[in-house]
Design a protein around this ligand. Structure first.
Ligand code: NAP
Ligand code: MG
Length: 476
């Protein structure tokens, strides 16, 4: 699909050769950026340059938005039966399965996450999410409201329109699937800007979108810098919605930019999620989940349970067992090596940002006023502190600006549910951590975001409810 000069043949460190597109994808075509600017992609494991890709400017965003607007009105998409939209999404998921080794290779090369994780977790998340929303394509219905013998009303669910989607680097393709799945199932068109640290996998994925049969202009992909391409998208007057995943600081900027035309917004932002371990918890289970909850994906997870609160009676035992778990499981190494649990952080800048908070990365006896208790670090970095009572645990859990995830470990059934209700967060795990699922709504409260992705709730972010009043009386 890629035209001359906008694709290169690459061989990844695991020996896999493939064709890497490097262009912008607008209206079903690979094109160069208007500004002639490129973005360098780097292998975080070696810090070697992989390839440079086109970096979109404001005028490229203008073209992509115009293409998305035209596609929204074109019969090829607008008049497509809802079941056929679903079929396109199913076909896309099948193509991802066929190309999963290549996609996982690119993800590992560009992002640094272990290959086994990219292959078995990220790609499963992509296909699972696409298939879940494929099934919803022909099940997004309105309601009928009977008011009197002379009047009724009905609602229809319409696409929101042209959706700008801005995504982060920690799960490049999964984050794209979370946003594309429901947007396309509901009949929207999209301009997506990936994170500048991980521009590659989505470009390969685009060819699969075309092969699946989506009409030109339905999905447009513009790599580029947040301050340029991202800002142009968030402030564009002809974009109806912005869906963003990233930091809380950037989300504030985006809200400001989107305010100009009062855009519909979904924001998934940062977190400092608590994991509470009560004296009566199954300690080994708590230790294993607590480890996964902060150390998987190099700690680069917005819902990472990065504050561990442990009841006094088991505090020392928990801390010792947790450190032991890290020694046994968190093997740091080459992301293409199967034995590696922990690859490099996504960039040197991110690595250094984490180290600002100091080394090593397990802090015990933390107090609530400390920065490491309040600020999102976004790395394999955890603050552990003891508590006495359930009341104190809930107060500590709720003592930050964030409210994304949370976890509770206890064998006391009523306490588990009571604490789950009392914690201020969009998600609570009882006796687990971060085992997210595309069938379950995902999102935050407080400064962790607005709106929900995934699950049936994720459809609400991509459809407007129109109410149609029907009067059957001929005289007022
Ligand atoms: P970020 O700066 O907020 O970036 C996220 C996305 O927004 C990227 O595509 C970025 O482009 C773009 N962007 C940056 N500035 C922009 C602007 N002024 N206008 C429009 N778009 C803009 O986040 P990051 O530092 O790369 O990622 C790490 C942080 O993201 C973490 O600290 C964490 O808080 C958050 N995060 C949250 C979630 C979640 O699901 N809630 C998931 C992952 C990450 P560039 O790549 O060019 O900067
Ligand atoms: Mg990279």
């Amino acid at each position: 699909m890629a035209v001359d000069g906008l694709s290169v043949q690459l061989t990844a460190p695991n020996g896999r050769s493939y064709t890497q597109p490097t262009g912008l994808y607008i209206n079903g075509q690979w094109v160069k950026s208007d500004g002639g600017v490129t973005l360098a992609s780097t292998d975080p494991a070696t810090e070697k340059h992989i390839v440079s890709v086109q970096s979109g400017s404001k005028s490229d965003i203008d073209k992509a938005v115009a293409a998305a607007r035209a596609a929204l009105k074109a019969p090829a998409w607008k008049s497509l039966q809802s079941s056929d939209r679903g079929r396109l999404l199913y076909r896309l998921a099948d193509l991802v399965d066929e190309h999963r080794e290549t996609l996982a290779t690119i993800e590992t090369w560009d992002n640094g996450k272990p290959y086994t994780v990219a292959l078995n977790e990220d790609m499963a998340e992509v296909t699972g999410t696409l298939r879940y929303y494929a099934g919803f394509s022909d099940k997004v219905f309105g309601q009928v409201m009977e008011l009197s013998p002379d009047k009724f009303a009905y609602t229809v669910r319409e696409p929101v329109g042209v959706c700008g989607q801005i995504i982060p680097w920690n799960y490049p393709l999964s984050m794209a699937a979370w946003k594309l799945g429901p947007a396309l199932a509901c009949g929207n068109t999209v301009v997506l800007k990936p994170a500048e640290q991980t521009p590659l996998s989505i470009l390969y994925f685009v060819n699969l979108i075309a092969e699946a049969g989506f009409p030109p202009g339905v999905v447009n992909i513009i790599n580029g810098r947040g301050s340029e391409a991202g800002a142009a998208l968030a402030s564009h007057p002809d974009v109806d919605k912005i869906a963003f995943t990233g930091s809380t600081a950037t989300a504030r900027e985006i809200m400001r930019m989107a305010a100009g035309t009062l855009k519909n917004l979904t924001l998934e932002t940062g977190g400092k999620s608590p994991l509470i371990v009560f004296d009566d918890a199954e300690l080994d289970n708590a230790v294993e989940w607590a480890h996964l909850g902060i150390m998987s994906n190099q700690g680069q997870i917005c819902t990472a349970t990065s504050r561990i609160l442990v009841q006094e009676g088991v505090y020392r035992r928990f801390v010792d067992a947790f450190k032991q778990q890290i020694r046994e499981v968190s093997r740091v190494g080459d992301p293409f090596d199967e034995a590696t649990y922990q690859g490099p952080q996504v960039t040197r800048a991110q690595h250094e940002r984490i180290l600002q908070y100091i080394d090593p990365t397990v802090f015990t006896d933390v107090t609530p006023g400390m920065r490491i208790f309040q600020e999102e670090v976004f790395g394999p970095f955890v603050a552990i502190m003891p508590f006495r009572t359930e009341e104190e645990a809930v107060e500590l859990a709720n003592g930050t600006q964030y409210g994304l995830g949370s976890a509770v470990f206890t064998t006391n059934l009523t306490r588990a549910h009571r604490v789950a209700r009392a914690v201020e967060s969009g998600m609570v795990w009882i006796n687990s951590s971060n085992d997210c699922d595309w069938r379950i709504p995902f999102g935050g409260v407080k400064q962790s975001g607005i709106g929900r992705e995934l699950g049936e709730a994720g459809l609400e972010a991509y459809s407007n409810v129109k109410a149609i009043h029907v009067n059957m009386k001929s005289k007022l």
